[in-house]
Design a protein around this ligand. Structure first.
Ligand code: ADP
Ligand code: TRP
Length: 349
């Protein structure tokens, strides 16, 4: 039972609502998983959560419809296989909630051009002399609508997205200032980058550098990539400090702690070849993702299962977004009489 003596003293804090979006622009690699996705999924335990696949945002870069459809489906399968629990969190596709694009327009009317001109995705592209479209320019407004539509309070993001959350807070603040307390201001939750995950060439793992190990890639292909990881020319007998060695760092991500310690000792003792470490890495990676691979295969074998998950996620998400959109439209003078709206639902639209 709520204690109403407390509610009269101070306004209760809004309940924790976690929201995160992931662009389906390529298959997930270890950098994406250990650097971001794993932490996002862990937050489903914190409170009501919404996770979506940002296909509208991806449309600014992926121009092949079949590829986009495939990437969205793969992202959904990957997330569920990796532990996102559709009974706990709503998993859906961004474009299945049209309320968000409508809300984007409302926000666009309070967005100063200068604010968007300072946003890095657009600025970077322009500084490289490339033509940017209005989709890329207004990307942060769509992202703001994504967040505000669900009254999200916590938005886990990587460093590169913090600027966009600031834009979102700015726009929500302006709208609220003009029209009253419509939107809940979100806070970014910076997922500590952990160590940056190295790629097979020792640089930061990134799909742009063609140096990735993908979470669900074919095992034989993955083994080949691991056996070809670039190493230094240290002689067999020479000891080596493990921390900072890309091969050891990758091993640390997938091996159990006891194996990690044994490997660290081996490095410090010397007398080992990198070939042994690579073989151990292949085996540890196989173990680490075995359950997820199995879940993914089961899900894939059940046609319609992932569609049903996404459909029920979208129903929950739309219910929330529709309520927030109605609040915003009412506040700024766009709402119609309820009788007009319901009588037009059948035909007049
Ligand atoms: P890519 O560099 O392959 O294009 P993205 O920019 O799509 O990767 O990455 C999405 C998120 O995954 C980033 O916001 C970041 O948090 C995380 N991430 C990507 N690569 C790495 C990495 N090598 N180490 C740690 N985190 C990473
Ligand atoms: N822009 C984010 C990225 O590229 C994806 C995204 C879209 C997002 N909408 C969001 C993330 C809302 C958090 C909240 O990673």
């Amino acid at each position: 039972m709520a204690d109403d003596r407390l509610t009269t003293v101070s306004k209760p804090a809004p309940p924790t609502r976690v929201l995160s979006g992931i662009q389906p622009t390529g298959r997930f690699h270890w950098g994406n998983y250990f650097g971001a996705i794993r932490q996002y999924i862990e937050l489903q335990a914190v409170g009501e959560s919404y996770y979506f696949i940002a296909d509208l945002h991806a449309l600014t870069t992926v121009r092949d419809p079949d590829r986009l459809r495939g990437l969205v489906r793969d992202a959904a399968l990957d997330l569920v296989a990796l532990g996102l629990d559709p009974d706990r969190a709503s998993l859906f596709v961004q474009s299945d909630v049209p309320e968000v694009t409508e809300l984007t327009w409302l926000l666009m009317t309070v967005t100063p051009m200068g604010l968007l001109e300072r946003c890095h995705a657009y600025k970077d592209k322009k500084s490289r002399g490339l033509a940017a479209d209005a989709g890329l320019f207004t990307y942060p407004v769509l992202m703001s609508a994504d967040i505000l539509a669900y009254d999200a309070t916590v938005v886990p993001v990587g460093e590169d997205q913090v600027q966009h959350i600031e834009v979102c807070r700015d726009l929500a603040g302006t709208f609220n200032h003009l029209y009253g307390e419509v939107f809940t201001l979100p806070k970014p939750r910076l997922v500590e980058a952990g160590a940056r995950v190295p790629g097979t060439d020792g640089q930061k793992m990134s799909k742009s550098y063609d140096n990735t190990l993908d979470v669900f890639e074919d095992l034989a292909a993955q083994k080949k990539k691991i056996m070809r990881i670039t190493t230094d020319s240290r002689p067999l007998e020479q000891p080596k400090e493990p921390e900072g060695d890309p091969l050891f760092d990758l091993f640390s991500l997938v091996a159990p702690e006891s194996q990690r310690q044994e490997m660290a000792e081996l490095y410090r003792r010397g007398g080992f070849g990198y070939g042994e470490v690579k073989k151990a890495l292949v085996a540890a990676a196989l173990d680490h993702f075995a359950a997820a691979r199995q879940r993914r295969a089961q899900l894939e074998a059940d046609p319609g299962a992932i569609d049903a998950i996404l459909a029920s996620g979208a129903v929950r998400a739309r219910a929330k977004a529709a309520a927030v959109l109605a609040r915003a439209k009412q506040a700024c003078g766009l709402s119609r009489l309820p009788s007009v709206v319901s009588s037009s639902a059948g035909g007049r639209r």
